[in-house]
Design a protein around this ligand. Sequence first.
Ligand SMILES: [Fe+2]
Length: 284
Amino acid sequence: MGNYNIELTADDVAFYQENGYWIAPKLFSDEELAAFREHHLQVVQGKYNTLFTPPGRIGWEPEPITSLVKIDYAYMADSTLAKLVLSERIGRIAAQLAQVSGIRLWHDQLLHKPPQKGKQANAVGWHQDYHYWQCSDASNMLTAWVALVDVDEQNGCVEMVPGSHKWGLLGASDFFDQDLDALQKKIEAVSGKPFETAPMNLKAGQVSFHHCLTIHGSRPNQTDAPRVSMVAHMMPDGARYRAGTDADAHYNVGLLSGKDGDPFAGPHFPVIYGEGSRNVWATG
Ligand SMILES: [Fe+2]
């Protein structure tokens, strides 16, 4: 087994700070990836190996799956996927990129993007993740996007807008908008900046990290096989609930069940890296 505990260089961190994303080498073995793919498919099919049902599920249709399946909190429903999104390998890199000592899970996201047939909704509109997370006071949250199969522009990999994390929160995000060109024009009008994207071409097991203000999205899958991935959305340990924002309906606000200023902590927001009560499922 390889060494998957990556120490970043100063240049790596500088690249992230300049561009708002960074691509990690392969972080998981072929055996781990095979297990992740198997459990990913089970959750897509509605087979859960815990007592929990994922509360956030979009795409619930009989086989064959024809539009994007997005399942938030999949890790609660499957203990193997929990090992993936709670992996210290991911948390360690996130802490180095965000320059913080502790990282907690905000929530995860399972994505299954089937081959495009016709006009199904298989693109992900340009968006800034923090648009949906303003109920957190931490504007340096970040995401790990884990490729479980090879991804590139053919099967609709994520595309990032380099440097866009420095443009502030633009208010024009729409994950579900399928007209990427029109959405791009809208965002360009708000930001006053030209818009170019960098494709996150990843081999299975590689992970791209992005800042929560980095504009990103993805185009439809033009191949014959599904694009399969898991996402870990993360926050610095100590992030607090900010009440009264447009994101007050976020499911995490309900999970916290707290008041303005309370830290997002406790069992629903497990520590992935750093001090504190380590989660029991973490992969070293
Ligand atoms: Fe996103």
